[in-house]
Design a protein around this ligand. Structure first.
Ligand code: PMP
Length: 411
């Protein structure tokens, strides 16, 4: 407890997030829906406003001053991302709209070039739909098959089945770093090493990881790593697809248009070099600058410190939640982030979520875009509370009280 309070004082930065300082349904807002999106600190909001007030201009194409400043800032942001994930080259960082677009880019481009009838793509049973459907779509087009690594009743991947599931037909392994429902941190380094020992590339869905874990793509040696800005205190509509240079050079462009070309004639088009080959059209420059600010914000605190603090919140909440009669948890891996999925007996998660909202508490209810997990547990959905650096133990206390009240009202 003492430790919790000390850490809390160290990084407790709630005043950076004005949105939290309001009432919802006449109650002080408690925002526990950080797995869906995090709130944005004032420095990020200010950076976007500043961009539109003083710099707004299209990049890469203009000789005029504003265009050059915008281009410089855009490319500086790319270097910040490179530094944040420790990519070897700046041009291995491709800006997208988010994790979903990053995965679609890889599935479509890698799949077109490297998948053939009878080939296999290996994913896991705990994937978000964003890491299922794009692979299903390309598998259907190419006559390839999707194979799935199952997880056990605790929400831990059954890694012992990997040798069986990676076959001579496997062309790529696409796996989530951290489950958005179970909170499980997967042993991705082990999976990457195993796949590489058989010459198979690995894509990591890092949507839930980048603001909770130090990510080092060179140490991991992953071939692709995807994430969204909005889950790491940055704006919506901006994300990253990291890919190793050697793969990106071998893959065809995803979208055609301006910026991604070298030369266009009606007979033939040649493509631009990396990273531009994968960045057709006008990018969201203001949001890229916002992402850079969010990275600076996280770095100013330290992602390890954030992770440690969130772990304290997780343990504090779990100790209290475990005392609620009839509570059922989904995802109790020892390797876990502060994402708690649960149900209260037979109460429908929507009913509980609705009552919590009446008490000012924002949680997510439903299938969390991971229906196969719900099918595995044979439930319609869960209640999910997910914490970020601005949450507090006092909020957790209030949440527990509110759950007791909701339970009494609904039972
Ligand atoms: N993968 C995981 C694990 C996620 O949690 C999410 C967002 N909930 C996504 C992918 C998709 O991210 P986005 O909607 O930002 O593209």
């Amino acid at each position: 407890m003492k430790k919790l309070l000390q850490i809390q004082q160290m990084i407790y930065n709630r005043s950076d997030f004005k949105i939290l300082d309001q009432k919802v349904n006449n109650k002080p807002l408690i925002y526990f829906d950080n797995g869906a999106t995090t709130q944005k600190p004032q420095v990020v909001i200010d950076a976007i406003t500043h961009y539109y007030e003083t710099i707004n201009s299209n990049i890469h194409r203009g000789v005029h001053s504003l265009s050059q400043i915008a281009t410089e800032q855009f490319e500086a942001a790319r270097r910040s991302v490179q530094n944040y994930i420790n990519a070897k080259h700046t041009h291995e960082v491709i800006f997208t709209r988010g994790t979903t677009e990053s995965i679609n880019l890889i599935a479509s481009s890698f799949g077109r070039e490297f998948l053939n009838p009878g080939d296999e793509v290996l994913i896991s049973e705990m994937e978000h739909h964003a890491n299922i459907v794009p692979w299903q779509m390309i598998c259907e087009q190419k006559g390839a098959k999707l194979r799935v690594i199952p997880f056990d009743e605790n929400g831990v991947l059954q890694i012992e089945l990997l040798d069986q599931l990676i076959t001579s037909k496997t062309k790529i392994v696409a796996i989530t770093h951290i489950s958005n429902v179970l909170g499980t941190i997967n042993p991705i380094k082990l999976i990457i090493d195993k796949a590489h020992s058989k010459g198979i590339p690995v894509m990591i869905d890092g949507a839930q990881a980048v603001s909770h874990e130090k990510v080092d793509v060179q140490a991991l040696d992953c071939d692709f790593y995807c994430f969204s800005g909005h889950k790491m205190y940055a704006p919506m509509g901006i994300g990253v697809m990291y890919g190793k240079e050697e793969w990106l050079n071998k893959m065809p462009p995803y979208q055609g248009g301006g910026e991604m070309i070298s030369q266009v004639t009606f007979e033939k088009t040649t493509y631009n070099e990396l990273p531009f080959k994968f960045e057709a059209g006008t990018p969201s420059v203001g949001d890229v600058i916002g992402l850079q600010k969010a990275i600076e914000y996280i770095q100013s605190i330290g992602v390890e410190k954030i992770a440690e603090y969130e772990h304290q919140l997780l343990h504090y909440a779990m100790q209290k939640l475990e005392q609620i009669p009839g509570i059922q948890f989904y995802g109790v891996s020892p390797q876990k982030v502060a994402v708690i999925s649960f149900n209260l007996g037979t109460l429908h998660p929507y009913d509980v979520g609705f009552l919590l909202d009446q008490m000012g508490i924002a949680v997510r209810t439903g299938h969390h875009c991971a229906q196969p997990i719900m099918q595995k547990f044979q439930i319609p959905g869960t209640i999910r509370a997910s914490f970020a650096l601005y949450n507090t133990k006092e909020e957790i206390d209030f949440f527990i009280e509110a759950l007791h009240k909701a339970k009494m009202m609904l039972e």
